[in-house]
Design a protein around this ligand. Structure first.
Ligand SMILES: Nc1ncnc2c1ncn2[C@@H]1O[C@H](COP(=O)(O)OP(=O)(O)OP(=O)(O)O)[C@@H](O)[C@H]1O
Ligand SMILES: [Mg+2]
Length: 274
């Protein structure tokens, strides 16, 4: 399944194409707590948008708005250039926006293929009460191998796969069921270097296939490896918004680490340690 990438376009200042998703001056209040204020960003097809920020910066709140969990308290959300009200995650999915959460909703003891089709099983045409397990096995194998995940056996319980592989299966599943925009919530946070590499390669493949990827991470190295565009949140504000060519990894890391705050901390610690 491929994303609809090309669209006839009205005049859009950057990129020349209508973004798949756009936020304009979005804000979110929880009671009197301002979780987000004045956020504007665009998610384009064939691009990875890295959303970075420390704990409490507003990353989850931002993805909940794009994923249809919360309406924004202010500002506008556009899908394919049209103002959209997403009433629920299901509504978002119907528009091609899928979210893969870090603690994936999988049933560890069930085979990979059962998890792939969980809640959307294929049934036999002649016996609608029976599951078409052969079709589901074959499709799972094909869909995984399309994106370079070679599992010798899709009958193994999903719980026996590595964290990285499980993330990849969840992403492949979202793609198969019609996602054009993939929101990945810290997919590498709990993974070691090698497994993170597996997921980052997969993110890169999804981008090459034309998906709009929103990659949430604490890790500027990971963001810089696959990101085309970076948005850094700090206490609910958009602190940085730039393209890959406009920022070095060092600068991104420094911004992420709090720049001046880190330097002050370093002076303090060195001073004490001396
Ligand atoms: N349901 C809620 N009710 C009240 N306040 C909330 C709620 N959800 C988040 N917040 C507050 O909004 C702010 C942003 O939280 P959010 O969870 O979006 O941050 P985050 O960047 O995802 O953090 P983390 O890296 O810890 O997951 C925080 O101050 C948080 O306490
Ligand atoms: Mg969060």
């Amino acid at each position: 399944m491929t994303a609809t990438v090309d669209q006839d376009v009205e005049e859009v200042p950057s990129g020349g194409k209508v973004p798949l998703v756009e936020l304009k001056n979005v804000g979110k209040m929880y009671g009197n707590i301002t979780a987000l204020k004045d956020i504007s960003l665009r998610v384009h097809a064939g691009e990875v948008t890295g959303i970075l920020g420390d704990n409490g910066a507003g990353k989850s709140t931002l993805i909940k708005i794009i994923a249809g969990y919360h309406p924004p308290s202010e500002g506008e959300l556009l899908v394919d250039g049209q103002p959209a009200r997403l009433a629920s995650p299901k509504d978002a999915l119907a528009k091609g926006i899928a979210t893969v959460y870090q603690n994936l909703a999988v049933v560890p003891l069930m085979p990979v293929w059962r998890n792939f089709f969980l809640g959307q099983e294929i049934r036999k045409k002649s016996f609608p009460f029976s599951l078409d397990s052969n079709a589901m096995r074959a499709t799972t194998l094909t869909e995984l191998s399309k994106m370079g995940i070679d599992l010798p056996d899709v009958d193994v319980p999903i719980g026996s796969l590595s964290g990285g592989q499980r993330q990849c299966v969840a992403i492949a599943r979202a793609v198969f069921f019609g996602a054009r925009v993939l929101i990945l919530d810290e997919p590498t946070a709990a993974l070691g270097v090698k497994q993170s590499g597996v997921v980052l390669k997969y993110i890169s493949a999804a981008k090459e296939a034309g998906f709009g990827v929103v990659f949430i991470t604490h890790n500027p190295h990971h963001a810089h490896l696959v990101g085309d565009h970076f948005v850094l949140l700090n206490r609910g504000r958009q602190k940085l918004d730039c393209k890959y060519d406009d920022i070095t990894l060092e600068h991104l890391t420094q911004e992420m680490a709090g720049g001046d705050e880190l330097e002050a901390l370093s002076h303090e610690l060195r001073g004490k340690g001396a």
